[in-house]
Design a protein around this ligand. Structure first.
Ligand code: HEM
Length: 390
């Protein structure tokens, strides 16, 4: 019987959740950087020295001169003042600085926990893998920015989608690992709705990537009506006859319509999941996902009808992360048949919580445990407890 052993540490779990919060903040600041058209204001990639912003008037003028060499300045921002330049610079600098801060806030505790042997080797390796992916995300960010520095006046929507896609994978992996530490998974006892919960999670991810195409093409500033687009359900400009599948990702009409369609499908799927999960332990989580999707769909409609102002664009992006987080929580719950009850975690040194097979009663609520500390070798009960399949 395959089980994931319990060996969690309150500080490690808190640290991982704090990292998730920082990643979410990073994604929202990234959205603000894009929505304020600030993303191309720093035309170089200096991973270390770039942490220091211009400190003198001469420094600012130097940065401004570099910005004046790219097409965006000439075609979009010609004649902008130094003060206006500083405003867009600070957004992009803040986004990059937060990236550096996250790297440090992740690496230093990781080293500490590894040296103090508060994380085991497999977990340490997984987390180190995430650190490497985080570095790759920085490089991907630069690859995205560089696409807007020579011929275009904005970044490639494909690269934007890749940048958001990897950010979401990092966010998901971090949440999943933290949830694993809270509620170990028993592979032999997945909930019968687990495949649907996983499919829903994949659907949310795909919908967010479709959203990145809407954002990348600024397609939220056109077709500002709902439910029809220029008087039709399927906009007339959906097919422009571009070769291959280019239309799907390059025409404003198509990307916005696809994103709408994705939302309708997601709404129906989340509703179906909630109905199917009635009277099972998954219901509270399924209800949470449905509520988040419904709210997000309404917010999306409001955003598009209003022509995507900054505040609504940001709220829509932040809410997307909540939908994603809730879907991860549901999917993880569908794979976790072991419940650890806080009542039995005792002792000043934080003794191990007890584990019960939540699947014994399908309607038992699935509650995250309140944190345990590893104290020597795991007890047999803690390492082998598992539950029958549902
Ligand atoms: C229900 C599930 C939905 C999810 C999970 C979702 C998610 C997202 C995400 C992640 C973005 C990209 C944000 C970025 O990269 O900056 C986005 C953009 C966008 N979405 Fe949605 N969305 C949903 C529904 C809708 C609906 C129903 C509409 C409108 C009918 C809509 C309209 C838009 C618009 C206009 C943008 C572009 C905003 C911008 O330029 O910042 N969304 N969406």
């Amino acid at each position: 019987m395959t089980t994931v052993p319990v060996k969690s540490d309150r500080a490690v779990v808190l640290w991982l959740f704090a990292m998730c919060a920082l990643l979410a903040l990073m994604i929202v600041v990234g959205g603000a950087t894009r929505l304020t058209d600030s993303g191309l204001s720093i035309v170089e990639w200096r991973p270390v020295t770039g942490a220091i912003p211009p400190l003198s008037e001469a420094g600012w003028l130097g940065e401004f001169e570099k910005y004046k060499t790219i097409p965006e300045y000439h075609q979009v921002n010609l004649g902008m003042s130094l003060a206006e330049f500083k405003a867009i610079y600070w957004w992009e600098w803040g986004h990059r600085f937060l990236g550096r801060l996250i790297g440090i806030a992740f690496l230093l505790p990781l080293i500490f926990f590894a040296v103090a042997r508060r994380i085991d080797r497999p977990l340490g390796l997984k987390l180190f893998g995430l650190f490497v992916l985080g570095g790759l995300q920085g490089a991907l960010g630069w690859w995205m920015v560089s696409s807007g520095l020579s011929e275009r006046v904005d970044v490639s929507q494909y690269r934007l989608a890749a940048h958001l896609g990897l950010a979401l994978l990092l966010f998901a992996a971090m949440i999943w690992i933290a949830l694993d530490l809270l509620a170990p998974r028993a592979m032999a006892a997945r909930h019968r709705l687990a495949p649907i919960a996983i499919a829903l999670l994949a659907g949310v991810y795909a919908q967010m990537i479709l959203g990145a195409f809407v954002a990348g093409l600024r397609a939220g500033r056109v077709y500002n009506t709902w439910p029809l687009m220029e008087g039709r359900f399927i906009p007339a400009a959906y097919f422009t006859g571009a070769p291959g599948f280019a239309d799907l990702f390059e025409s404003m009409a198509a990307v916005q319509f696809n994103h709408r369609l994705g939302a309708y499908a997601l709404f129906a799927a989340a509703l179906a999941m909630m109905i199917a999960a009635r009277k099972t332990a998954l219901y509270p989580r399924a209800r949470m996902v449905f509520a988040a999707v419904a709210l997000q769909a309404a917010l999306g409609v409001w955003t598009v009808v209003a022509g995507t102002p900054l505040a609504l664009g940001l709220a829509h992006q932040a809410m997307a992360l909540i939908v994603f987080g809730a879907s991860l929580y549901l999917a993880h719950g569908s794979m976790s048949s072991i419940e650890i009850t806080p009542s039995s975690s005792a002792g000043p040194s934080g003794a191990r919580g007890s584990m019960t097979a939540a699947t014994g009663s399908d309607s038992a609520p699935m509650t995250p445990f309140q944190g345990t500390r590893r104290t020597g070798a795991p007890s047999p009960a803690a390492t082998t407890a598992s539950a029958p399949p549902r």
